[in-house]
Write a protein that binds this ligand. Structure first.
Ligand code: CMX
Length: 422
């Protein structure tokens, strides 16, 4: 039983009542129309999902429970989860109790380590993350509760237990992937006497002893945790869990989406772009050289990774938060300078190119250069870092949706001929 159960017991009832009232009193209210260009254009802007944990606006970006992300840059991942799932800031006592629950799961089962070690040496770290999560599915209390015939309105309780365990296992799982996949030596045990999730993650990765490394890991885990309900990873877990599949299935499916270069893998692609630039020009290039390089890429039909967004129309505040971190800690290596030069040049290039609706950077344009600066140079791993964080938001969204007893997702598809005749 998690400390969160007490807080959420009454909230679950309130959410279900609110949902039922909306259905009864305003169920036939029309939210908008759907144009053919939206159907053919990846459902852009179609208001079709419920997500209470966070929202993303075009002109401001991410708010978690209506708090701008820039006001949350000093909180912990544990507090982020608490806020996402309850809508309230945790007290120090609640936070300590939640951390103690998380800490029970920082050591991942040996059979998961064995599964990772048995995978081919060239497996992508994201494939290993998905496989590790699926191996752990047998731990699901939610599936066991469903098998025992637990009623629909109670299932969220065992889902919350799974969520706590899954989120707490992610750092150990990711760190094991890092150490096994990149030949970093033994898998490291968690810290003794320190329940803090990001401290444990920073330690188990074994990347750096610099105290600010822990701060970067904490910030990284907070910034990537949630981005409302319509992005690929969130929507994937929403759909999969709507079939009452357990969180291990749902999060591993979401990780498969996060592994795509237009979504989470963009941070890996971004660092590759920066390294290509550095190698081509033998260091930090001039603004004109970056401009030519960006045009070359665009004319070749490639995207500029880390730029553009389906919703945002301004610089992503998470990019700004990383920039402030770099300034605070005086990180000015070549990669960070290249990130800055790209930022000075690429928006104008994208505007002149005339395709991208948003020429400004997203979070992925900065994050990798900071990981690299602390010695995590294996950029195939960066999306796993993203995944550890994103699991926090995915699990929060799933718990809230299960509290509401959301139904199975089943929109209508049309053939091209049906659209043509519409
Ligand atoms: N470089 C070049 N072209 C870009 C571009 C970029 N960074 N961003 C958008 N475009 C292009 C699109 O490919 C599209 O071209 P076509 O009309 O030929 O298909 C056109 O501009 C219009 O796209 P859009 O409406 O502005 O953007 P979408 O909502 O379709 O896509 C996104 C959004 C993020 C996939 C896109 O901006 C992109 O590919 N960016 C680069 C990859 C990236 O940074 N992804 C990370 C996003 C954050 C995350 O999810 O983690």
């Amino acid at each position: 039983m998690s400390i969160l159960h007490d807080t959420l017991n009454t909230q679950a009832e309130t959410l279900r009542t609110k949902r039922a009232a909306l259905l009864k009193e305003r169920g036939d209210t029309v939210l908008g129309t759907v144009a053919i260009e939206q159907v053919l254009g990846g459902m852009r802007g179609v208001p079709a999902l419920v997500c209470d944990t966070s929202s993303v606006s075009a002109d401001e970006g991410l708010r978690i429970r209506n708090i701008p992300i820039m006001e949350l840059t000093d909180i912990s991942p544990e507090e982020t989860f608490w806020l996402l799932v309850t809508g309230k800031r945790a007290t120090a006592e609640q936070l300590a109790a939640l951390q103690a629950e998380f800490a029970k799961h920082y050591t991942i089962p040996q059979y998961v380590v064995d599964t990772l070690k048995a995978m081919p040496k060239d497996s992508h770290p994201m494939a290993m993350l998905g496989a590790g999560l699926l191996a752990m599915e047998r731990e699901s209390e939610y599936r066991a509760a469903y098998d025992k015939g637990t009623g629909k309105d109670k299932l969220w309780q065992s889902m919350l237990n799974d969520a706590v365990r899954l989120i707490a296992s992610m750092p150990g799982l990711a760190a094991a992937i890092y150490r096994i996949r990149f030949g970093k030596g033994d898998v490291l045990a968690p810290l003794t006497g320190d329940n803090d999730l990001s401290n444990n993650f920073a330690h188990m990765l074994g990347v750096s002893n610099d105290p600010t490394w822990k701060e970067l890991v904490r910030l990284y885990l907070v910034l990537h945790s949630d981005h409302e309900g319509g992005n690929v990873s969130a929507m994937t877990s929403y759909v999969v869990s709507s079939a009452l599949s357990d969180p291990y299935y749902s999060v591993s499916a979401a990780m498969a989406g996060l592994a795509g270069p237009l979504h989470g893998l963009a941070n890996q692609e971004c660092l590759r772009f920066i390294i290509d630039v550095k190698e081509k020009f033998g260091g930090v290039p001039s603004a004109d050289q970056i401009k030519d390089f960006a045009w070359e890429r665009l004319n070749n039909g490639q995207v500029i990774p880390g730029y553009g967004h389906a919703v945002l129309r301004v610089t992503d505040p998470r990019f700004t938060a990383f920039h402030e971190f770099a300034q605070k800690h005086n990180i000015k290596d070549d990669n960070v300078q290249i990130v800055q030069t790209i930022f000075n040049v690429v928006p104008d290039v994208l505007l002149a190119h005339g395709k991208a609706k948003n020429p400004w950077p997203n979070v992925d344009a900065y994050s990798g250069s900071l990981l690299y600066a602390y010695g995590m140079t294996e950029f195939d791993f960066y999306t796993v870092m993203f995944g550890v964080s994103r699991a926090i938001g995915l699990c929060a969204q799933m718990v809230v949706n299960r509290m509401m007893a959301s139904p199975i997702v089943r929109p209508k598809s049309l053939t091209l001929d049906e659209l043509a005749g519409a």
